[in-house]
Design a protein around this ligand. Structure first.
Ligand code: ZN
Length: 79
């Protein structure tokens, strides 16, 4: 899933908060405190940020369309 652009429930913009939240939590800060510092007060928004996992980069390497495109490019380079 891509990082959330908006809260899935109330629609509040969250896209600009995902990276700072992720970096601070990975650095070892308490997620509750980080959400408070970022001004995320509603529990729906807190849930959306807290439970989002951006795994698009992990699954994109298994994309069949991407592999097919690489093969097309390789054929073009060899022709
Ligand atoms: Zn919300």
């Amino acid at each position: 899933m891509l990082p959330p652009v908006r809260c899935l429930t109330c629609g509040a913009p969250l896209g600009h908060l995902y990276e700072p939240f992720k970096k601070r939590v990975e650095a070892g800060e308490d997620p509750e405190k980080v959400l408070d510092d970022l001004g995320v007060k509603r529990y729906c928004c807190r849930r959306t940020l807290f439970t989002s996992i951006a795994y698009i980069e992990q699954i994109s390497k298994y994309s069949t369309s991407r592999i097919a495109r690489y093969k097309e490019l390789e054929k073009g380079a060899n022709a």
